[in-house]
Design a protein around this ligand. Sequence first.
Ligand SMILES: Nc1ncnc2c1ncn2[C@@H]1O[C@H](COP(=O)(O)OP(=O)(O)OP(=O)(O)O)[C@@H](O)[C@H]1O
Ligand SMILES: [Mg+2]
Length: 88
Amino acid sequence: MTGMTVTEVRGAGKQKGYTQHYRGAEYTVNLIQKLKLEIVVAEADVDRIVEAIATAARTGEIGDGKIFLSPVLDAIRIRTGERGGEAV
Ligand SMILES: Nc1ncnc2c1ncn2[C@@H]1O[C@H](COP(=O)(O)OP(=O)(O)OP(=O)(O)O)[C@@H](O)[C@H]1O
Ligand SMILES: [Mg+2]
């Protein structure tokens, strides 16, 4: 793995946020701050990388996060014009 993108995002999973109490009033925070990692890798490395992320991120508590896998059609390194695996 040679690169990644980290973005500060807000999101919710199954719990749809959480409930807070402030000065007697109850309100729901629907979107919780999360970090989103985007990592493009060779298909042969996917299982190993998924396992590494899951092992590092797992506390066993709700909100540990999710890993979504999606195909990437192509990649181009603009500076050199390389494509596909060469560009990653
Ligand atoms: N179905 C989904 N689609 C898009 N993003 C999602 C989805 N589920 C979770 N996320 C994103 O992942 C983040 C973390 O989700 P979270 O780990 O709380 O999932 P969960 O389904 O509630 O599982 P858990 O019960 O372990 O909390 C969410 O804040 C949201 O940004
Ligand atoms: Mg959750």
